[in-house]
Write a new protein. Structure first.
Length: 473
């Protein structure tokens, strides 16, 4: 079987309904990881759903407890053809955010795959069950097309806690560093930049959550009897936030910003259009850092978002000065940001502006990453994707969202390639989450072509001499 026959076979697999059958079975597993518990479904998804299929492909599979007690288990599956050959590491997650059943449109359920035209509804269809099903289906067909020999080794890592912030993943990768040794990282998560064209991104913005709290007293006091002589914590906190980000979304704390948008990144983004999809929200003119294009704002710059505000009772306000106020905030940041010193930067800024009473509590954090745009894997992967899809792919230096890519790029030291099979309006994390069948079908072709090309002698930019040149084509 040649490359073109491989791509036809994987698309026929899709057209015949087998892909939908696999995905429907996986969507039915209630693998919610963000509820504060570790439900048994997190393990059984791996042991009963994923392990049998991988073992049939020749993988040695281990389901391993998370080193963090509140984290879900992980699956480490290795297929070694020859220790002297290069190794690809791929990653996905089988956990999902909570189902939010009451918010789904009538006739839809988060735990049942429902096809309506090109839209395939169900929790995890886009994030990430649909995407790792694309990857593993393409891999299985490539193995068959190659007569059971890829010409390289491959390791699959599936975690069950990504939606809970990937607890224990960094420690797990440190503990199993030798088993995870690889030459290249290829995975699928996140959205394409738009539905029309495949996307390759090389890393992700980092994310850092923190909370600001003002505690003025131990209880509320009548606003008529005490208004004017007691500080209102909501007012204080509102002004503290206004000192950090202005009314147009521009960050006012220099220490929370990168130095600039590098020319190389700016050039890579010059033809990237944001918000052009039919279901995309209208962009807000003039929002954020002045002088940047929407693509530069989203991919090459930092944003400070207020995710939630709390003071008093918004559903049933009373005539009282609240006792405290809280703001839950998030900094999305790019490579070059001094993110490890954010708490000290915030403290210094708030103190300097007279808000010493504002308490800072740090939360989840993951670092920012971006593979060098000149890395030889970039152009090679774009060429492979174009050959399979029949159109050029959009290159994003990094995803605007955040993924645990710093573990693979920095901790394991791998060149990281992400090829997503979702799109921005997929309702990820919300009711009515869906996958587009057309994107999944094209994704199967792209991934099958990539797995084929990785085994072609003299094709991929492995380290010199790493790929056995006698591998059959």
């Amino acid at each position: 079987m040649n490359r073109e026959q491989l791509i036809r076979s994987v698309q026929q697999h899709f057209d015949g309904g087998a892909f939908a059958t696999d995905l429907a079975r996986r969507v039915a597993w209630r693998t919610e990881s963000d509820t504060g518990t570790v439900p048994p479904e997190l393990r059984t998804y791996l042991t009963e759903e994923m392990v049998p299929g991988l073992q049939a492909l020749g993988f040695d599979c281990q389901v391993i407890d998370n080193p963090e007690p509140h984290g879900g288990p992980l699956l480490l599956a290795r297929r070694v053809e020859d220790p002297a050959l290069p190794t690809v590491l791929t990653y996905g997650h089988g956990d999902v955010v909570n189902g939010q059943e009451s918010g789904w449109r009538e006739g839809l359920s988060p735990w049942a795959l429902t096809q309506e035209g090109d839209r395939w509804y169900g929790r995890g269809t886009a994030d990430n069950k649909g995407q790792h099903t694309v990857v593993l289906t393409a891999l299985a067909h490539t193995l068959q097309a190659r007569g059971g020999q890829l010409g390289y080794n491959i390791t699959v890592l599936l975690e069950m806690g990504e939606e809970a912030g990937s607890p224990g993943l960094a420690r797990f990768c440190a503990d199993h560093r030798e088993a995870l040794h690889a030459d290249l990282f290829v995975a699928s998560d996140g959205p394409r930049i738009n539905v029309e064209r495949p996307t390759l991104f090389l890393g992700s913005r980092g994310a850092l959550n923190f909370s600001l709290t003002v505690r003025s007293r131990d209880k509320a006091y009548h606003s008529g009897n005490w208004g004017g002589v007691l500080a209102n914590p909501a007012t204080v906190l509102s002004h503290a936030l206004a000192s950090m980000v202005d009314a147009r979304g521009r960050i006012l704390v220099p220490g929370l910003l990168p130095a600039s948008v590098p020319d190389k990144l700016r050039n890579a983004l010059k033809d990237v259009a944001i918000g052009t999809g039919a279901d995309d929200p209208a962009l807000t003119p003039g929002w954020g850092e002045p002088g940047l294009t929407p693509a530069e704002q989203l991919v090459g710059w930092n944003t400070l978002e207020v995710l939630a505000l709390g003071s008093g009772n918004a559903q049933r306000p009373i005539n009282a000065i609240p006792s405290q106020a809280v703001a839950h905030c998030q900094l999305r940041f790019v490579v070059g940001t001094d993110w490890k010193n954010v708490q000290a930067t915030l403290r210094q800024h708030l103190d300097a502006h007279g808000f010493g009473q504002v308490e800072i509590t740090m939360g989840m954090v993951c670092g920012a990453t971006r593979l060098d745009l000149d890395n030889p894997w970039v152009d090679w992967t774009l060429a492979s994707m174009e050959r399979s899809a029949g159109q050029s792919a959009t290159l994003l230096p990094n995803l605007a969202g955040s993924l645990p890519n710093d573990i693979f790029a920095d901790q394991l030291g791998l060149p990281t390639l992400w090829i997503p099979h979702s799109y921005p309006a997929c309702a990820q994390h919300a009711p009515n989450e869906h996958l587009l069948g057309s994107v999944a079908r094209e994704g199967l072709a792209v991934m099958a072509g990539l797995f084929w090309d990785l085994g072609e002698p003299g094709s991929a930019p492995w380290k010199e001499g790493a790929l056995n040149t006698t591998t059959s084509a």
